[in-house]
Design a protein around this ligand. Structure first.
Ligand code: HSE
Length: 422
């Protein structure tokens, strides 16, 4: 059988899992691809380090440019992560007419449309299924099965690390640090885990999904982003008592015309909501579209084996599609971002009432007076009050919270989150 040379950049958690699969299953993958994807060359930072598995006759080099330049390599798999030098390496491969398979969400979020155009210009393919949800085939859905639909909204849990942390915070006695340590040990966290906990990783993935779903390219800086550092165990616990689970929700919606809204925020998810039970490192993407209605993909969305599932699938697809004209998605329009006056949210607020008489009633009245309905109010011990606020524009919500902060009936606002219901 004919073979197609594969070059791999990086042999870490993802690269290692990809290499093993290509070496161990070359025969099966070859049958599926119609030609054998043959791993020829691997670039690693330290060529002297032992890998714990047999790389057979694969050439190991220290310089990733040598993989890109290797004439035996037709497909370059980028698994080093980060934007630098990954972006330049991907560009060099595409310019040389080599197809690129990458799991790199930071690169695709920042430069996906440009790299896609570069690939088309050089008759090369650009595949990035693993960049969002690891092995969950969400990119394939958006680039294939749903091409006949108009997509209205995406609601996602697309960062495994924060979901592991928020899940473990529900169990008394598990600290943020120990939960993050667990996510790192299991190979889910980024090399710099602030990308996870500050919401950037989810932002990158949401930008990619919005590009494919809506045909717009939003810069990562343009996404309304909050991480999970300020989420307290007290809020996670109080919400759990009420049946809610806190998740780092990534939401994208299309407004009228070319307007869109993208946000990544810790959010209280109500019982019965499709994302309520998506615990631990599971990811989920809910797609709302005009023809299909509501559909959800759910499964493990981080880690070496799940990411290798998508990368190897892309390699097989790239080999199978070699020689056929490449159709890459284009970014069609410059989006208008919806503002806080247009985006509607419901909320959760936990506050400490003062000793003032009628403090509770005054707080609830103040919210109503400022246009925020009270869906429920729950008293906790020690004069703490939880208010579940009704759907209103974010700007109205924010102003109402600012008002609460000035009331003598309120000693302190202890926590505030978005909230979604089934
Ligand atoms: N750090 C990422 C996560 C890895 O936790 O989801 C998968 O992209």
């Amino acid at each position: 059988m004919e073979s197609v040379g594969i070059g791999l950049l990086g042999l870490g958690t993802v690269g290692g899992a990809v290499a093993r699969r290509l070496i161990d299953e070359w025969e099966l993958l070859g049958e599926r691809a119609g030609a054998t994807p043959a791993l020829r060359c691997v670039a690693v930072r330290d060529t002297s380090r032992s890998r714990g598995f047999d790389l057979k006759n694969v050439r190991v080099v220290g310089d990733p440019q040598a993989v890109v330049a290797d004439p035996a390599v037709a497909i370059v798999v980028e698994a080093i992560g980060g934007t630098d030098p990954a972006t330049a390496l991907i560009e060099a491969a595409l310019r040389a007419g080599k197809t690129v398979v990458t799991a790199n969400k930071a690169v695709i979020a920042a430069s996906g449309p440009r790299l896609s155009a570069l690939a088309a210009e050089h008759d090369a393919g650009l595949y990035f299924e693993a960049s969002v949800g690891a092995g969950l085939p969400i990119i394939g859905l958006l680039r294939g099965s749903l091409l006949g639909d108009r997509i209205a909204a995406l609601d996602c849990v697309i960062n495994g690390t924060t979901n592991v942390i928020l899940t473990q915070m529900r169990s008394a006695g598990v600290s943020y640090e120990s939960a993050l340590g667990d996510a790192r040990r299991r190979g889910f966290a980024e090399a710099d885990p602030s990308l996870d906990v500050d919401g950037w990783d989810a932002v990158h993935k949401l930008v990619i999904l919005a590009w494919l779903a809506f045909g717009v390219h939003v810069a990562p800086d343009g996404v309304d982003r909050r991480g999970i550092r300020d989420v307290t165990g007290a809020d996670v616990g109080a919400l759990a008592q009420l049946g809610y689970r806190v998740r780092l929700l990534a939401h994208a919606e299309r407004g009228s015309g070319d307007s869109v809204h993208l946000r990544v925020r810790p959010t209280a998810v109500g019982p019965g909501h499709l994302l309520h039970d998506v615990d631990d490192a599971d990811n989920a993407v809910i797609i709302s579209s005009d023809l299909e209605g509501t559909m959800m993909l759910r499964g493990l969305g981080a880690g070496g084996s799940s990411t290798a599932s998508a990368v190897v699938s892309d390699v097989v697809t790239a080999v199978r599609e070699r020689g056929t004209p490449v159709v890459n998605p284009a970014a069609l329009t410059v989006p208008t971002m919806l503002g806080d006056a247009d985006v509607e949210v419901a909320g959760y607020v936990r506050l400490q009432l003062s000793a003032e008489p009628e403090a509770r009633a005054l707080v609830l009245q103040a919210l109503e007076d400022r246009g925020v309905a009270v869906d429920a109010a729950v008293d906790l011990t020690g004069s703490e009050l939880i208010v579940l606020t009704g759907v209103a524009p974010r700007a109205v919500h924010d102003r109402a919270l600012e008002t609460l902060d000035t009331l003598t009936s309120v000693d302190q606002i202890l926590g505030a989150l978005d909230r979604v219901e089934a």
